[in-house]
Design a protein around this ligand. Sequence first.
Ligand SMILES: NC(=O)c1ccc[n+]([C@@H]2O[C@H](COP(=O)([O-])OP(=O)(O)OC[C@H]3O[C@@H](n4cnc5c(N)ncnc54)[C@H](OP(=O)(O)O)[C@@H]3O)[C@@H](O)[C@H]2O)c1
Length: 404
Amino acid sequence: MRDLTNPIDCILLGRKLAQGFIPHWDGLAANPETADDASRKFSSTPKIVFSRTLDTHEWQRNELAKGHLAATIRKLKDQPGGDIMVYGGGEFVSNLIREGLIDAYHFFINPSILGAGMPIFGGRETRLDLQLVYAKTFGMWDSGAVLPTEVSGMGGTMAPAKPKLFFIVKQTMKNILIIGGSSGIGSQLAEQLSIAGQHVWATYNQHQPGTHAPGIEFFKFNALEDALDVRLLPDVLDGLVYCPGSINLRPFARISPDDFSSDYQLNVLGAVKVLQAVLPKLKKSEQASVVFFSTVAVQLGLNFHSQVAASKGALEGLTRALAAELAPKIRVNCIAPSLTDTPLAEGLLNSPEKREANAQRHPLKKIGTPEDIAHMAAFLLSDSAAWMSGQILHVDGGMSSLKV
Ligand SMILES: NC(=O)c1ccc[n+]([C@@H]2O[C@H](COP(=O)([O-])OP(=O)(O)OC[C@H]3O[C@@H](n4cnc5c(N)ncnc54)[C@H](OP(=O)(O)O)[C@@H]3O)[C@@H](O)[C@H]2O)c1
């Protein structure tokens, strides 16, 4: 809440809310036993109260506004200064939404039962195009809202007569380590998980991420040279994702045994090293999940793929063996993508012609996106995949199993 209130220098309120809230905040802020940063900030910030009926008021530092709501707010927004926070009932807020005056929405979902309520997004002809920037779950408990559409009697406890719509957000916070979270699939996964409120520790090797989603802690790690510093990680880990990989495509006759060996080092031994380092932390989780990455070229024989297929094939074998050995507390699965639009595949996708030819090779006529693959990884990490282990998931546009 403090992050939200820090940049504001004006609060807009509807009359009804102002009559209850302004004395409440002022009272909290004036009492040394109840004053805190939030109440002091709310009390001291200038407020503008919109009212059709009030002519005078007794609140200090606050103004009444009686003119046209939208025009007054537009004028305020044109002035230099910080953010404007709006507090109001459904009607007040939905008027502002209709006028296109809201630049950012912050929704707080508490475990609560609501009555019929008042829709704030109703009465629009076009959908609002909102982009989710960040979501966070607070506390150890499930959070969410139950919204009955019909409610009998609003006094006392609200008992829904016929609950027709039932919506619950259930999210267990997890600690996830992503090796190779700075690029491609790993970077997309880190972002998805942090938006979903998970705690993410992610590594980079050569490319330190600049701006990134909040809630991701990055540190440097080279799987070929470094020992993983487990002191940087929490005591309990619920998920490990190992992303480093290679695409070295050459005729078999031109690949040296050392080339095979270096791919094996990165794809297999890197994963082994990391998993052994964090195994005690994964064992402390009630239900941990490990995700590796293979390639479509293991299931489907492809020209010039012997180097990558050899080490990824070993990783698939390792997946099944470990899934058996670490059950039931730790699940181990592996995703086998086909060509996916990431920096790793740049050489195969660096012209419109190559992109089109590669898209056409797939039954689903497109190349994969990092999102396509990260969704599957996020699923495997989640409780929704609680009964899956030892699987190789072919997320490949149909490449490994369809002929169309
Ligand atoms: N993209 C595809 O078409 C495709 C197809 C099939 C399978 N896969 C597999 O999917 C996985 C993810 O691929 P991607 O396309 O997302 O790759 P990417 O964009 O190259 O990302 C790889 C990540 O691993 C890190 N990394 C690279 N070498 C490392 C090392 N020695 N030690 C530690 N971290 C290292 C990179 O860090 P820095 O960037 O900071 O160096 C980066 O964060 C790989 O295992 C790959 O084999 C990809």
